[in-house]
Design a protein around this ligand. Structure first.
Ligand code: NAD
Length: 463
């Protein structure tokens, strides 16, 4: 297929899709794979906003601009195995001579040296077309839709169950705020882990979306109704997830008043951004949107105060016995700025649950079927279940994932595997490709949640 025909078929901005099947468009699978992954990241089923090349996480892009996408495609189609492509913040900047065992594509995103590493400088460069925000897996073309966050959240809840509830979350209630892009995975992760879940979001549309995608079971704007539903399910030992429309601070205040102490308490509101994310207490969503535009300074002040109040209630619930942890949204720091001096009196999820897994060499492992055929992923699921038949935790995840995870774009899977086991899985995949049990090669990737990838004092490198 000629370049112009390829663009017409797969990359007519803003409509992108990855080729599927076992026929090559590039010169080898080494370049066909990144080509398909880039296009998959921009597929409408996968990306939040393909028109702006935004994949997920607010502004995380797969490429700098539509011209850069086309140029990357052209190079990937033409390159041989004696060259490597260099991509800097979403733009191809060089094709160098290398060798068949060298990486075919090397990507670096959003790198600024410390004195310039701030949002002002970043925005300045971005406005001049010199930079993009790559998030964790958008700019590295290994985003696989909401399955990634679902699996990580499930892993966190299961670990929490092991550490504090003898490995059993039956009859346990998890309460959290925020049901957005990432936080929306919490309800399904909670029920998959065997718990009941009450999630609070000010924006009914966000909860509606989780209902449509079957990530949440029920929705209401009535606190009493939500409470009745989750308490009844918890008592019977059933799993149920409920989305309640409201301000998380207000709901926690009512739980305290009603002497209802959640077993597990966390939060995934967009607290990291006090102006364009968190919605201050005491404002309707519409009022908040108006204030955001008219007086961002005042908005920020109200946000910080609300977060201080919100964390104050979390601390009270913790004192009453809730297992309370921060979920990486920087809520504690902003609550501290808003006046809650004890904001850091509860731990983050990394030192609590994730780092102990890292210490054992466990970590995320994701893969994508380049054929586009879901049967290829089911074949990998089956083969992994045979290979790791003694790993009950893995078998549980793979069985549940097959039932509950809808594929977005190219079919994919993620799980956590231990040191040595990831290598075994890779060799098994080689066998599946070689023997023709899958119809095309499999792409293997990781994500940022590993021991060496992120330095963030209130998150990955906390404590
Ligand atoms: P998002 O913006 O898509 O969703 C945030 C949600 O919070 C929105 O639906 C919003 O309506 C809701 N909200 C805001 N203020 C509220 C309030 N006062 N009461 C109730 N609901 C409120 O964000 P997201 O992608 O879901 O991510 C959520 C946060 O979690 C972010 O800060 C993100 O950085 C963080 N996060 C961290 C990790 C990690 O550390 N590994 C992983 C996932 C998410």
């Amino acid at each position: 297929m000629k370049y112009s025909e390829f663009i017409d078929t797969y990359a007519r901005h803003p409509v992108y899709r990855a080729p599927t099947g076992s026929r090559l468009h590039a010169k080898s699978w080494q370049t066909e794979a990144p080509l398909r992954m880039l296009l998959n990241n921009l597929h409408a089923e996968v990306a939040e906003d393909p028109a702006n090349l935004i994949v997920y996480g607010g502004t995380g892009q797969a490429a700098r601009n539509p011209e850069a996408v086309k140029e990357i495609i052209r190079l990937l189609l033409e390159m041989d195995e004696h060259h490597s492509l260099l991509v800097q913040s979403g733009k191809p900047i060089g094709l160098i001579r290398s060798h068949p065992s060298a990486p075919r594509v090397l990507i670096a995103n959003s790198n600024l040296v410390p004195a310039w590493a701030n949002w002002t400088h970043f925005e300045e460069l971005k406005a001049r077309g010199l930079m993009m925000y790559g998030q964790m897996t958008a700019g590295s073309w290994i985003y696989i839709g909401s399955q990634g966050i679902l699996q990580g959240t499930w892993e966190t809840f299961v670990e929490c169950g092991k550490k504090y509830f003898n490995g059993d979350l039956k009859h346990r209630l998890i309460v959290s705020g925020g049901l957005g892009g990432m936080g929306g995975a919490q309800p399904l992760a909670a029920t998959m882990a065997g718990a009941c879940f009450l999630g609070v979001d000010v924006d009914p549309e966000r909860i509606q979306k989780r209902l449509q995608t079957k990530y949440i079971d029920r929705m209401t704007a009535d606190y009493e109704e939500a409470k009745r539903w989750v308490l009844a399910a918890c008592e019977k030992g059933e799993t149920l997830s409920v989305g309640l429309v409201g301000d998380i601070g207000d709901v926690l205040e009512r739980l305290l008043r009603d002497k209802l102490t959640p077993d597990i308490l966390t939060d995934q509101t967009s607290a990291h951004d006090p102006v364009n994310g968190y919605v201050p207490n005491g404002l309707s969503l519409q009022e908040a949107l108006a204030l955001r535009r008219s007086d961002p300074e005042k908005y920020k002040e109200r946000s910080l105060k609300s977060m201080a109040r919100h964390v104050g209630f979390m601390l009270q619930l913790k004192e009453r016995g809730s297992v309370t942890f921060d979920y990486g949204n920087n809520l504690r720091e902003l609550a501290r700025q808003g006046g809650e001096a004890r904001a850091f009196d509860y731990n983050g999820f990394i030192p609590e649950f994730i780092r102990p897994l890292f210490c054992e060499g466990q970590g995320p492992f994701r893969w994508v079927a380049l054929s586009g055929d879901p049967e290829d992923i089911y074949a990998t699921d089956q083969a992994l279940m045979e290979l790791f038949r003694d790993n009950a935790h893995l078998l549980h995840w793979l069985t549940e994932a097959r039932k509950k995870v809808a594929f977005q774009g190219l079919p994919s899977r993620i799980c956590w595997l231990g040191m040595g086991d990831r290598e075994k899985a890779g060799l098994l995949f080689n066998e599946l490709v070689k023997s023709g049990r899958v119809k095309a090669p499999i792409v293997i990737g990781r994500d940022h949640l590993d021991c060496g990838s992120v330095a963030s004092p209130n998150r990955e490198t906390e404590a």
